[in-house]
Design a protein around this ligand. Structure first.
Ligand code: HSE
Length: 296
């Protein structure tokens, strides 16, 4: 038997919620076709121009399949064809999509023997290969859809948060920011006054989602801990943010570990205006880009 899964791009952190919040985008999505093999091996076909590894030990989806095979034992293997639409290294959860898609497809083919938490945990093995650390703020929304809160990963405690209809504009400037580098530059200590401001924002953001309070969401999209450090890796970041807000965006910031920048808006017209502002900045700086206007 064979299954086709769509694994959507995701925005991790949602500005103030480093490693604990994320949302799923309606597009772009990777498409993966997975089938069972009756011998314990993993065969990977990449249908894209990105030159991703086909050695299962070095491939995010491959590592997930191998971890599932180790768990179930026997003579089961997997063959996958990956059609990648989410650019690797863009900051909208490309590796998480491969990992999550592999885990969900495998579980389905095996007759849904694993719980959703277990599927997330298998997918996290792939994310670890990609970024060096386990985190689930791309994986969880990729699998669950909408907005996810990862209260803890040891033990795993994930919950979905209701979300109003929101439009998302993403710009991916074509510069390289590696997640591992973007994590290494972070300070290990946080001042109490910054922590207070940050947890006020996280609570405000979650309350805003639950109460459908778009102004509260906008005010809470503020990060006093991670963004001031990471934004130096993204030319034009401050200008993009200021211009988008002036153009009517609720707020936004770095998508995951960057280099993509995302903004939330109330409606499609606002989201398109925001897109035009983003493009203007990178046209001026002279950096090529790709943009998406989509919904949560
Ligand atoms: N929470 C992660 C980070 C997401 O910001 O490093 C990127 O994979």
């Amino acid at each position: 038997s064979k299954i086709k899964v769509f694994a959507p791009g995701t925005v991790a952190n949602l500005v103030c919620g480093f490693d604990i919040l994320g949302l799923a985008l309606n597009e772009p999505s990777d498409i993966m076709e997975v089938s069972l093999l009756d011998e314990p091996k993993v065969i990977i076909h990449n249908r894209d121009e990105y030159n991703l590894p086909t050695d299962p030990e070095k491939n995010v989806a491959g590592v997930v399949f191998l971890s599932i095979m180790e768990k179930i034992g026997g003579n089961t293997g997997f063959e996958v064809t990956i059609e990648k639409h989410i650019k690797p290294g863009s900051g909208i959860g490309s590796s998480a999509a491969s990992a999550a898609g592999a885990a969900v497809a495998a579980n389905h083919l095996l007759g849904n023997i694993f719980s959703t938490d277990e599927v997330i945990q298998f997918a996290m093995n792939g994310e670890k290969l990609a970024s060096g650390v386990k985190h689930a703020d791309n994986i969880a929304p990729c699998i669950l859809g909408g907005v996810s809160l990862i209260r803890s990963i040891h033990p795993l405690d994930v919950t979905s948060i209701p979300c109003p209809e929101l439009f998302v504009t993403v710009i991916h400037p074509q510069i390289e920011v590696r997640t591992s580098d973007a994590r290494q530059i972070l300070r290990q200590q946080v001042q109490l006054k910054d922590a207070i401001r940050q947890w006020g924002n996280i609570a405000g953001l979650v309350a805003g989602f639950c109460k459908n309070d778009l102004d509260l969401i906008g005010r809470s999209l503020e990060d006093v801990i991670i963004e001031p450090v990471r934004s130096i890796l993204i030319p034009g970041f401050d200008e993009v943010k200021a211009n988008c807000k002036a153009a009517g965006a609720l707020g936004g910031g770095i998508s995951g570990s960057g280099p993509s920048i995302f903004m939330l808006s109330r409606d499609e017209a606002a989201a398109k205006k925001v897109e035009a502002e983003m493009k203007k900045v990178y046209d001026k700086i002279g950096i090529a880009y790709h943009t998406y206007v989509t919904t949560v």
